[in-house]
Design a protein around this ligand. Structure first.
Ligand SMILES: Nc1ncnc2c1ncn2[C@@H]1O[C@H](COP(=O)(O)OP(=O)(O)OP(=O)(O)O)[C@@H](O)[C@H]1O
Length: 242
């Protein structure tokens, strides 16, 4: 398989707390891979290690055939954290300018990418506003735009559509599909079942373990489940409150 992300036998502990145990998974090029699991399951910790922000306690992670963490590879990844890392006193545009310059985008190219990514997340008309006047959903959308600025080969998104209304959520997903068709590999975490259904491949995580993986269709068929939620419960998940 032409895998872009390869996680092999990865475990992670904080002090004596085992957060992830023996996780192995692969994400192929162009794939949209979803990590589904309840709050606290370990999704964020796993994607932070894949993005090179955390290091595994044991096991190995390679991204684009390079062992992580690697600064070279981190430049080729767009990472959107769960809590928005934005400057609230700056405007939306100023935030995007800041991130664009970190990614080395300058001049006309910078302006073009800011226009494109802002349009994508429906924020064009709000770019002059300071971020402290944005709603939660607008901040999420601005963070997503920031992660897309440098057209990364790999996008890692931690619950990207939390606080985004259903119409815009669909448009964000349409955009993710377009990106993946054009060669971007996407890893996304979610605790929302209908969102998990939109992924090409899914890894189900509970209590720090990968309890199942496969396409949503495979996971449903192999458990004779009507829904992803039923499949998750079959594999040992807990019912979600939200
Ligand atoms: N830096 C840290 N130090 C100690 N414990 C941590 C640290 N980061 C995460 N944890 C613990 O690891 C566990 C998994 O957290 P993680 O954020 O990865 O879960 P999650 O599935 O992403 O949940 P959520 O969707 O709520 O973010 C939690 O019990 C959390 O308290």
């Amino acid at each position: 398989m032409n895998s872009v992300i390869h996680v092999s036998n990865v475990s992670k502990s904080f002090s004596k707390h085992d957060v992830l145990q023996d996780i192995s998974l692969s994400v192929a090029k162009n794939e949209i891979y979803g990590l589904l699991g309840p709050s606290g399951a370990g999704k964020t910790t796993l994607i932070k290690m894949i993005a090179g922000i955390e290091t595994p306690t044991s096991g190995k992670i390679t991204v684009l055939d390079t062992t992580m963490p690697s600064l070279q590879i981190m430049k080729r990844i767009g990472f959107m954290a769960q809590s928005d890392a934005l400057y609230s006193e700056l405007s939306g545009r100023e935030n995007l300018e800041f991130f664009a310059s970190i990614y080395g985008l300058k001049g006309a190219k910078q302006r073009e990418r800011i226009e494109q990514t802002a349009a994508l997340v429906n924020l064009t008309d709000f770019l002059k506003k300071p971020v402290n006047q944005y709603s939660g959903g607008m901040k999420r959308r601005l963070s997503l735009a920031a992660a897309l600025l440098h057209e990364p080969e790999i996008l890692i998104l931690d619950e990207p559509t939390v606080g985004i209304d259903p119409v815009l959520r669909q448009s964000v997903w349409n955009e993710l599909y377009k990106l993946s068709e054009n060669g971007t590999t996407i890893l996304v975490t979610t605790h929302v079942m209908d969102e998990a259904e939109k992924c090409g491949q899914l890894g189900m995580i509970r209590d720090g373990r990968l309890i199942a993986s496969g396409s949503p269709q495979q996971l449903k068929e192999s458990t004779s489940s009507e829904t992803i939620e039923d499949a998750f419960l079959y594999y040992g998940g807990v019912r979600h409150e939200n």
